[in-house]
Design a binder for this molecule. Structure first.
Ligand SMILES: *[C@@H]1O[C@H](CO)[C@@H](O)[C@H](O)[C@H]1NC(C)=O
Ligand SMILES: *[C@@H]1O[C@H](CO)[C@@H](O)[C@H](O)[C@H]1NC(C)=O
Ligand SMILES: *[C@@H]1O[C@H](CO)[C@@H](O)[C@H](O)[C@H]1NC(C)=O
Ligand SMILES: *[C@@H]1O[C@H](CO)[C@@H](O)[C@H](O)[C@H]1NC(C)=O
Length: 479
């Protein structure tokens, strides 16, 4: 669940422009006001850091707000800089005017500019404060204070979030029903946190997406990995390195394995970002990048060269002017086989993946089209202990948060797109009448949270209609 942190360079332009035009498509990105909230470092231990606070970044836009009566639309920030989510959550801005809503996006602790400590955030004395429950408490405390200072104590709050942020928005309603009237949880794989739920869905779905584009495409991918296997077994790393335009020639099997992970990561990201129009969320990608990737593969006689073109579609798309690929800076192996991203946010997500959040397993080459690159509980435990000195505690999610049966949960929409490899960890049916489940046919990762676009399939338009109805219902209920 890589955060969009590779793009830090492009930030802050948002402040000054009303619309971002990307390859001819406009997205609804209004300007925001950036403020910093004095947030407690530790909500649950009065002694550990005493009254110590940190500056939590908050983005707001109040131009549509019906002062002290309109609802608050609150985005529960996830694993990245909050301005990136601001740029990619246009649905909230599309509907804020008709609801007279105040829009507030809060940044997750340990990400972006919301660092609890001035230095050494990731040492063992500090990083333990990076938990889901601390993040939820941050949002609850912030909202309570904000409502008071705005004379808005009676205003209903609707939480929005996508991916891990969608999990957080669902948890907010579940843990703080006195603060959150209802939640839109888009592409939220909450079943990841059930220790007994199978974690094999991700790479299977990626493979299915490419198979749906063309079964020949999957054949070509398998062929390419097979050829690479033979070449690598001969120790011919220079041929592989040159076909992939690597900055540094591979010298051993460990490095070759890293190349395979780097390639696999590109496929996962292309599947997640398989939007019907060009986007710049995790990378600058064309419309339907999976189809595009397959066309690259089918065009090349040499399947390995085709595979390198697919990787380039993703990695060169984050920059567009790379002379060569530095696979060790572009992909960092971590406790999330779907990628942690890079930089500080990558470390933060790695820690979360080592503690509360159990990510999907690796690949086995039979249920998916990738090489055998396993990520088992044993591998994870060993890695996490070595990297962070922690042993994952998978049963805690089920104890403190929403269970498989969704008992005790209400006023949540769980929306998932069937192109999204995360759908397999999401809520796809329920007998709980307080929960609404939406499956978006032809939808990728939280497509519903993006701005309306002329290329949108009917399914996502309908999903947004249902989401709006639910929001209205929760608001009426609250009053
Ligand atoms: C809130 O209400 C108080 C008392 O009516 C008033 O003095 C204050 O200016 C109001 N604040 C805002 C932000 O509207
Ligand atoms: C080639 O594939 C086989 C079967 O998956 C595997 O055992 C072997 O380690 C691979 N060789 C290389 C060099 O990756
Ligand atoms: C793109 O990559 C090149 C080479 O690594 C680097 O010099 C340049 O700063 C990057 N540009 C952006 C916008 O990240
Ligand atoms: C990245 O894309 C640019 C522009 O299409 C191209 O010139 C360059 O060779 C690509 N880089 C790599 C490493 O493939």
């Amino acid at each position: 669940m890589a955060a969009p942190m590779q793009l830090v360079v492009v930030l802050n332009i948002v402040l000054s422009c009303v619309q971002t035009i990307v390859q001819g498509h406009s997205y609804n990105v209004p300007p925001y006001k950036e403020t910093y909230f004095d947030q407690f470092v530790d909500h649950f231990n009065f002694l550990s850091f005493g009254q110590q606070t940190f500056k939590q970044r908050v983005l707001t836009q109040d131009k549509w707000w019906k002062r002290s009566s309109g609802p608050i639309f609150f985005y529960t920030g996830n694993e990245g800089s909050i301005d990136e989510f601001w740029k990619n959550t246009g649905f909230v801005f599309d509907i804020a005017p008709e609801f007279g809503a105040l829009v507030v996006f809060a940044e997750h602790r340990f990400y972006g500019k919301s660092m609890p400590f001035p230095i050494d955030n990731f040492n063992s004395k500090h990083v333990g404060l990076l938990t889901i429950e601390q993040a939820l408490a941050d949002y609850a405390v912030l909202l309570t204070s904000l409502k008071k200072s705005l004379n808005a104590t009676g205003c209903p709050v609707i939480a929005f979030g996508g991916s891990y942020g969608g999990m957080l928005s669902a948890y907010m309603r579940y843990k703080y029903p006195g603060i959150i009237a209802g939640s839109i949880a888009s592409s939220a794989p909450i079943y990841l946190l059930d220790p007994n739920f199978p974690k094999t869905f991700f790479w299977k779905t990626v493979t299915k997406d490419f198979n749906d584009a063309s079964s020949k495409c999957v054949g070509k991918v398998r062929d390419a990995f097979g050829k690479m296997n033979t070449t690598a077994a001969k120790g011919d790393f220079s041929t592989i390195s040159s076909k992939f335009h690597l900055c540094n020639e591979l010298t051993n099997l460990d490095q070759y394995r890293h190349l395979l992970l780097w390639i696999r990561n590109a496929f996962g990201s292309l599947s997640m970002m398989d939007y019907p129009y060009p986007t710049d969320f995790l990378a600058n990608l064309p419309a339907y990048p999976v189809k595009e990737a397959c066309s690259y593969l089918m065009k090349e006689d040499d399947s390995v060269v085709g595979l390198s073109k697919v990787a380039g579609l993703f990695y060169n798309g984050t920059n567009g002017s790379l002379k060569c690929f530095d696979i060790f800076s572009e992909y960092i192996e971590c406790a999330d086989p779907t990628g942690c991203g890079t930089g500080a946010a990558g470390s933060a997500w790695d820690y979360q993946a080592c503690t509360e959040v159990r990510l999907p397993q690796g690949t086995d080459s039979t249920t998916d089209m990738f090489p055998v690159l396993p990520f088992t509980d044993e591998i994870r435990e060993k890695y996490c202990f070595k990297r962070w000195g922690v042993v994952p505690r998978d049963s805690w999610g089920n104890v403190q948060l929403i269970n498989l049966d969704l008992k005790g949960a209400s006023n949540i929409v769980f929306a998932n797109g069937n192109l999204d490899p995360w759908m397999g960890g999401g809520v796809l049916s329920t007998s709980n009448p307080g929960i609404k489940v939406i499956v978006i046919d032809g939808g990728a990762h939280h497509l519903d949270l993006r701005s309306a676009n002329p290329m949108d399939p009917a399914s996502v338009k309908q999903a947004r209609v249902v989401e709006k109805q639910q929001i209205q219902q929760w608001i009426n209920q609250w009053r």
